[in-house]
Design a protein around this ligand. Structure first.
Ligand SMILES: Cc1cc2nc3c(=O)[nH]c(=O)nc-3n(C[C@H](O)[C@H](O)[C@H](O)COP(=O)(O)O)c2cc1C
Length: 437
């Protein structure tokens, strides 16, 4: 029988858990234990990876102040993903852990060293979500007045990746000798400087960490612009995306695969994962009622628009909620999300655009129903798209223990029953599991 399996990942961040709802967790997950428990649950459900989104600023765009973000706990507070990835990785043995880190924030030497260290600590299960940042507010925290334009950020990131690659190979695989009798730890002839001098970076090397189990972390990326897609097709092992419906999902994946093939890469070595925000219930009607309740909650519109304002640096509080947007908006920030949201030409009011998104800014397709209904639909979608998997999340990424359990103990068993997702891990390392099917 043909292998119908696809991959599962989770998209979250180190922000307050779901603190406002009746089944909330309290809103203080800062000792990491709640998220460590989440990682263990996802490993039980055989997820490929958990991905920690990140930003490096306190948003101040919506309404021209940080009020909405801070009052609602929206995009802030946001704690550092790297230590959380370590904590989650060391409490599990198969689940991949991905941290988002910006090429605009870390010097490449630090990124290579940190990634290599975490990959060793997690025995080959670390991944890096490569972002080039999207906000001038972020840039101001790093000695810049504003971010360079997108295309330049990608040009810098391409060079950055070249440095990283050279650093990861600055130790030959057999450089660590560990010969007690001869008193040799590492062979100095197998650890060599890289002497890199490019347009943006100058790094002597070599790296001062031993080669990690995967040698380099799993590369995750979310390029949406043409430059971004080329970057992703060149470097990524896994691409994360939000599309508008099944046809767009297929189009995006086909586009990435043809770009990869044109670059001489085997497209099957890139796993494209689509964000979805399933709403699950005991019956289809109950799930639908839950979904409607969410869409009509007073927080939903503000949370969605405040998030969108943060990542595009366009103040959505300035627009009339019951009128269409006055013009097609552009951003030097997350343009893919903006374009999907604004559905330019549709004539829809801002309120309709928010509700239309259904699952927020991170929903590729509506999934509402019982675990069996949703699992069946996920199978149909993947068949149409051609692969490679889903990235589960919630509209504003906040999670409750209850929702995690609904997925791990309701949806995933329904997927497994249909032969759609794995029931055990075949390998110890993240990249091997991702390439398994
Ligand atoms: C699912 C998903 C997750 C993302 N996570 C982050 C993130 O954690 N931090 C960040 O700065 N940007 C994040 N982005 C933005 C992307 O890195 C990228 O800037 C965006 O998709 C726009 O692509 P473009 O720059 O090629 O236009 C994410 C995008 C998507 C679709």
């Amino acid at each position: 029988m043909a292998d119908k399996r696809f991959h599962l990942a989770w998209f979250m961040n180190f922000t307050p858990d779901e603190w406002r709802e009746p089944f909330g967790q309290g809103g203080r997950p800062w000792d990491g234990q709640f998220y460590v428990e989440m990682a263990k649950t996802l490993e039980r459900a055989c997820f490929d990876y958990i991905m920690i989104e990140d930003k490096l600023m306190v948003p101040q765009t919506y309404g021209g102040s940080s009020k909405a973000s801070l009052n609602h706990g929206m995009m802030v507070p946001k704690h550092d993903p790297a230590p959380l990835a370590v904590a989650m990785g060391m409490a599990t043995s198969r689940l991949g852990v991905i941290a988002t880190m910006s090429t605009m924030a870390y010097p490449p030497f630090m990124m290579a060293r940190l990634s290599s260290t975490i990959d060793s600590l997690t025995k080959g299960r670390f991944g890096w979500n490569i972002v080039t940042s999207a906000e001038d507010l972020m840039a101001k925290n790093f000695g810049m007045d504003r971010l360079p334009p997108r295309d330049q950020r990608y040009e810098m990131a391409d060079e950055y990746m070249e440095v990283m690659d050279k650093l990861f190979h600055s130790w030959e695989p057999d450089a660590v000798v560990l010969d007690r009798d001869a008193g040799i730890y590492a062979d100095e002839t197998k650890v060599t400087p890289i002497d890199f001098e490019g347009k943006y970076y100058k790094v002597r090397g070599p790296l001062n960490t031993v080669p990690s189990p995967q040698r380099k972390p799993l590369y995750v990326q979310a390029g949406a612009s043409p430059k971004g897609r080329d970057f992703a097709a060149t470097h990524a092992d896994s691409i994360i995306s939000v599309a508008s419906g099944v046809a767009e999902m297929k189009k995006f994946r086909d586009d990435i695969r043809s770009r990869a093939a044109a670059l001489g890469r085997d497209p099957d070595t890139i796993k494209v994962m689509f964000c979805v925000t399933p709403v699950l219930g005991e019956t289809d009607e109950e799930a639908r009622a839950k979904y409607e309740r969410m869409l009509n909650s007073p927080h939903f519109i503000v949370d969605t628009l405040a998030s969108l304002s943060a990542i595009t640096e366009i103040d959505f509080a300035q627009f009339d909620i019951d009128k269409p947007l006055p013009e097609k908006l552009v951003t030097n920030g997350e343009s893919g999300t903006l374009d999907k949201f604004q559905q330019w030409g549709s004539g829809k009011t801002l309120r309709e655009l928010v509700v239309d998104g259904g699952g927020g800014l991170v929903s590729s397709v509506e999934l509402v129903g019982t675990p069996d209904t949703v699992a069946e639909r996920m199978g149909e979608i993947m068949e149409e798209v051609g692969g490679d998997g889903f990235l589960i999340t919630t509209p504003v990424l906040r999670v409750s223990r209850r929702f995690i359990i609904e997925v791990a103990d309701g949806l995933v068993p329904a997927l497994q029953k249909r032969g759609l997702t794995r029931t055990s891990y075949a390998h110890e390392r993240l990249r091997d599991n991702l390439l398994d099917f």
